[in-house]
Ligand binder design. Structure first.
Ligand SMILES: Nc1nc2c(ncn2[C@@H]2O[C@H](COP(=O)(O)OP(=O)(O)OP(=O)(O)O)[C@@H](O)[C@H]2O)c(=O)[nH]1
Ligand SMILES: [Mg+2]
Length: 768
């Protein structure tokens, strides 16, 4: 981790009242992602704050006050929300690197809101959201789980997401249907690789976030260092609204810098007290830093700050909400989920700053080529996105996010994927592995439906008379495959059915037959992903499965181009003939530079650009499109080993048509065969997936770990030691990492851990 300077030091120079000439003008506000109109919900913020707010006896400092939150009734009532109440709904995700404490935080949120009576623990396998037997055995989250709770008159729907990189797609599908998120960081480790990856993912989806720095009770926890890493690695402005009271074991509470009161936790309850004298100066200093940071981002706050040299609690709260929505800054809170500290203020901040379904932009879809928007209105025609499908004892559950309209039990809905109309059997509100029947769900709701036979993750369900297709979540390319086979040949068909169902539930898993060996190949995002999938088949279907060695998914790329390749496709055997002449140039394309994006974002076609420079109408537009389609067909199998081809630009420079025999089909065939021929003549190279590895190991084991990484063709990119613990980063071919977890454990007597992050593709040393 880079040496971090507490953010407070960096800002000491601003401690004197600022005047217009000292503070920079508020930056222009670029409109990105799902922004909300800046003015729309001003004023709506204040009633959303809990009634625990105390009237300050003198500016900024609350009088002595003891406040124990009444626990809400334990019974969850899922009454349906009328339209006006949509503003009281929050659909939130909990995102972070593996082990940051997402599941523990979700568990504590359920407990403090009264949704549960017991605090479960990940290490005991007793949490609500890690209910799958494999999650309990492995102590990690594998599947995103939805839960709901009530807080201060708001309904909070939460999705606890997995942090392990292999389950990236599960997070992607969740982000697609969420309105806001809580990003969790470990107070010792700060921003870890996967936190950075999910942060960028949330940026792409335009999901507003607040941050929770967790584990402040751990030895070595340091809020300021974690905040510095948020600023440096996530390139955002941290707006820190709390200051911890005590450190590590002695961490007992926080100072609320908005209300300037201290919150102390003791057992299951907390108390608001005046800020202790010893902390007052530091708290005022941090409040000042917060005010300045907010004034720099928010024009009205800047005006007030310049006029009065301070910001009122109301202005701060309003500005924090708007800055959160626009993504220009991130509100940072802190605590310890494990020790139940900091949960209530986090919930307050979540309902105060994060958007309701009404705050996000109307959903966009297409119908017949035209783009259409639908607002979050229960009276509008239905538009709902299926984002998850699971087989349970209750039946096949299709999870839906309803964006507009109302879906009722018994309704006929159109599946825009299959163009089939299906009937909704039951509608369920889901609380992890428990379900409760409801009669209908409205815009803003996340529910599961039983009775849909064909809906897949990514399908839109809509009113048959008002069809609309919403953009489905993207699906990452699988990078690792294993051959699977039923141990008893009798079970071959059952295995095929089980694999098909698995791939249906998780679109990042694919099943295909190897044309050369005839083996069934299961492909996914990593070794763990496949291990979990196979184990699921063993447990759920009682099948004995034999699994081969994992293989990575190679790709091929162009290293030396070809110009002026002429291909003539002419056929005249009876009937209508085929005539298409094309001339192609093929060039190598530079990688985009973002390894993860190269691997995840360019879909099956990889990084491919097609253009036409044909002039004078020598090849009509529809035939140009057909040539492009043909080229894309050719990209699926490269000349080196039949792997997908990526990293090239194809230019159609010339061509010829025949008045009778030319057709789109002829040009598509010509495009495919021309590019195939061009690739044979071009210089090509094999690419293999590489990952960035971050290994955290005891200082005395570094030598062995470095040697092992080198033997795995790893390139060490960084090394640092802090308090006897070394962090080594390296870029390593994925193919060399199989079995690394047990090797690292062995080399470090079980004390070493590592995480990986996709880093794109790099040239492979051998031809496969
Ligand atoms: N000391 C301390 N430990 C914590 C805290 N929160 C969580 N933990 C522990 O950290 C470990 C990981 O916690 P989880 O809640 O499973 O983390 P997660 O982010 O859900 O992990 P994945 O779902 O696997 O990505 C568990 O052993 C927790 O008990 C905390 O505030 N303090
Ligand atoms: Mg978890």
């Amino acid at each position: 981790m880079p040496a971090a300077r507490p953010p407070s030091d960096a800002r000491d120079e601003h401690l004197t009242p600022a005047c217009p000439s000292r503070l920079p003008a508020a930056p222009a506000r670029p409109v990105t992602g799902r922004r909300v109109p800046r003015r729309r919900h001003r004023g709506a913020l204040v009633p959303a704050w809990p009634q625990a707010a105390v009237t300050p006896s003198r500016p900024g400092i609350a009088p002595p006050c003891s406040y124990h939150r009444e626990r809400p009734p334990a019974v969850r009532t899922h009454t349906l929300q009328p339209r006006h109440a949509l503003s009281l709904v929050r659909n939130l995700g909990i995102l972070a690197h593996v082990d940051a404490g997402k599941t523990t935080l979700t568990e504590r949120i359920l407990y403090v809101t009264g949704a549960t009576h017991k605090r479960g623990e990940v290490h005991d396998g007793t949490t609500v959201t890690d209910f799958d037997p494999q999650e309990r055995d492995r102590g990690i989250t594998i599947f995103a789980a939805a839960v709901s709770c009530d807080w201060d008159g708001h309904r909070v729907n939460l999705i606890d997401t997995p942090g392990h990189v292999d389950f990236f797609d599960e997070v992607e599908r969740s982000l697609r249907v969420l309105d806001g998120a809580i990003a969790v960081f470990d107070a010792v480790a700060g921003v870890e690789p996967q936190s950075e990856a999910v942060w960028r993912q949330a940026d792409r989806h335009g999901v507003p976030r607040i941050a929770f720095v967790n584990k402040l009770d751990r030895a070595g926890a340091d809020l300021d260092t974690a905040i510095a890493s948020i600023r440096e690695r996530l390139h955002t402005v941290p707006l820190v609204v709390q200051m911890p009271i005590g450190q590590e074991d002695a961490f007992t509470g926080v100072v609320d810098l908005l209300r300037m009161t201290a919150l102390h936790w003791d057992g299951g309850t907390y108390e608001r007290r005046p800020v202790p004298d010893a902390l007052r100066d530091e708290a005022l200093r941090r409040r000042r830093i917060l005010e300045e940071a907010v004034a720099e981002l928010h024009p009205e706050a800047l005006e007030e700050f310049c006029a009065t040299s301070t910001l009122s609690e109301r202005t701060l709260a309003t500005a924090l909400r708007e800055v959160t929505m626009s993504g220009e800054g991130v509100v940072v809170l802190c605590g310890s989920a494990y020790r139940d500290r900091g949960i209530e203020p986090l919930l307050e901040a979540a309902v105060a700053y994060l958007p309701s379904p009404l705050d996000v932009r109307p959903v966009r879809g297409t119908h017949g080529g035209a783009v259409e928007e639908r607002a979050a209105d229960p009276a509008a025609p239905l538009a709902a996105l299926a984002f998850k499908v699971t087989a349970t004892a209750t039946g096949r559950l299709t999870y839906l996010r309803v964006y507009s309209g109302t879906i009722r039990k018994g309704d006929a809905v159109l599946d825009t994927g299959t163009h089939r109309t299906e009937r909704v059997g039951r509608i369920l509100r889901v609380q992890a592995d428990r379900h409760e029947d409801v009669d209908r769900a409205v815009a803003g709701d996340i529910v599961a439906v039983i009775g849909l036979k064909t809906a897949r993750p990514g399908t839109t369900l809509c009113t048959p008379s008002a069809p609309l297709a919403l953009e489905p979540p993207t699906v990452a390319d699988p990078v690792v495959s294993v051959a699977v086979e039923a141990a008893r040949s009798l079970d071959t068909d059952r295995l095929a059915t089980a694999l098909a169902r698995l791939a249906e539930e998780d679109p990042s898993l694919t099943v295909r037959t190897d044309p050369e060996t005839g083996q069934t190949l299961l492909s996914g995002m990593g070794e763990l992903h496949l291990e979990v999938a196979v184990e699921k088949i063993r447990r759920a279907h009682g099948l004995d499965v034999a699994v081969g060695r994992p293989q990575v998914a190679y790709r091929e790329t162009v290293t030396r181009g070809v110009t002026g390749l002429l291909y003539r496709h002419v056929k005249q055997e009876g009937g209508a003939g085929q005539f298409a002449h094309v001339v192609l140039d093929v060039e190598a394309l530079e990688p985009t530079g973002d390894g993860a994006a190269d691997r995840k974002d360019h879909g099956d076609a990889g990084h491919f650009v097609f253009r036409s420079t044909v002039t004078g109408g020598r090849v009509p537009q529809e035939y140009v499109r057909a040539v492009e389609a043909g080229c894309r067909d050719a990209l699926t199998e490269g000349p080196l080993g039949g792997h997908p081809v990526t990293g090239l630009r194809v230019t159609l420079t010339d061509g010829a048509t025949h008045s009778k025999d030319s057709s789109e089909m002829a040009f598509r065939t010509a495009g495919r065969l021309a590019l195939r021929e061009a690739l044979r003549r071009a210089g090509t190279a094999l690419l293999e997936p590489v990952v960035d590895v971050t290994a955290t190991v005891p200082g005395d084991a570094v030598g062995g770990v470095l040697g092992d990484l080198a033997a795995r063709r790893g390139r060490v990119t960084g090394q640092s030691v802090r308090a006897g613990t070394a962090v080594v980063t390296a870029t390593v071919p994925l193919a060399e990492l199989f079995g690394y977890a047990s090797r690292l454990r062995g080399r470090t007597q079980g004390r070493g851990t590592f995480t990986t992050r996709p880093a794109g593709y790099a040239p492979a040393p051998r031809v496969g």
